[in-house]
Design a protein around this ligand. Structure first.
Ligand SMILES: [Fe+2]
Length: 286
């Protein structure tokens, strides 16, 4: 069935959110919604989400699913905000439990504070299919950047999360806990096995050289032009290149704040006895 795709760019985090809907049923899915967060003041707000929500309302869409491609380290998800407005269900790949374990430990999140599978409405298996109207959405596991990364395939449109970036920026980093460059290589080969005309939608664009903003490419373009993995780069060359580059990268600004919220499907920390919510910063642990 024909679908419509709308992309929204969150400038502060260089992230894309995608709204995809089935034209005949008007059932919709939202992929990787972003909340506004000011690290210095601790203020979380939803102006960017409001803009997307106004589109959902204006087009009278029925938001059915909120999909996370992974637990993001560069922005806080707005998934709970959208769920509260629409009753849509929040889904992620089932290997999120591995990521939850790692970060429950890092942040010492125990008992009611700990992230669990139940924080999400449903965990998706590799190759599991859900639908909007009569349109299937296939979850394809594409780990490497994190253990729980998934690509969502809707018709010939693949929302690849943090795997590939636009060809001139390469690929996603693999130095987070549970990340692995060889695994990312294998996942990208899975994406490359899709038909060459498949449209690929990026999770981020960092506009190298100040070029215009881009978010869509194809399997064919990536196979030829991707600066990290295109032109038939071998697995071992890719691993070397990726690992060398990762050594030079700083910890993302929002990693510690974002993970605490994102591993709980966007739920904010439970309030303390003064009714205030806090994020933790572990000292000298990463
Ligand atoms: Fe990411």
């Amino acid at each position: 069935m024909p679908t419509q795709i709308e992309s929204f760019f969150h400038q502060e985090t260089s992230s894309f959110t995608y709204l995809v809907y089935d034209i005949s049923s008007k059932e919709a899915v939202l992929i990787d919604p972003v909340a506004d967060f000011d690290l210095f003041s601790g203020k979380i707000s939803y102006q960017s989400a409001e803009m997307i929500f106004s589109q959902i309302e204006a087009q009278q869409l029925k938001l059915k699913w909120i999909l996370e491609t992974h637990a993001h380290a560069d922005h806080i998800t707005a998934s709970q905000w959208f769920k509260a407005k629409t009753n849509a269900l929040i889904l992620i790949g089932a290997r999120i439990t591995t990521v939850q374990q790692t970060f429950n430990q890092l942040f010492n999140l125990t008992s009611i504070h700990a992230a669990t599978a139940e924080d999400f409405d449903q965990l998706l298996a590799d190759k599991q299919v859900i639908t909007i109207g009569n349109t299937p959405i296939k979850c394809i596991y594409t780990p490497g950047h994190t253990p729980s990364c998934s690509t969502y395939l809707i018709d010939n449109h693949a929302f690849v999360g943090d795997t590939l970036f636009m060809p001139d920026y390469g690929t996603a980093r693999c130095d987070f806990p549970g990340g692995d460059a060889g695994t990312l290589y294998d996942s990208i080969k899975t994406i490359f096995a899709l038909p060459e005309e498949t449209h690929l939608y990026m999770c981020h664009d960092y506009q190298p050289g100040d070029r215009e903003l881009l978010w869509q490419t194809t399997v064919k373009e990536q196979k030829i032009h991707n600066i990290h993995i295109g032109n038939n780069r071998t697995r071992s060359d890719f691993i070397n290149l990726r690992q060398e580059r990762d050594k030079q990268l700083k910890v993302p600004k929002l990693l510690l704040s974002a993970l605490q919220i994102n591993i709980r499907a966007g739920k904010l920390p439970i309030a303390e006895n003064n009714n205030h919510q806090y994020l933790k910063i572990p000292i000298n642990q990463i």
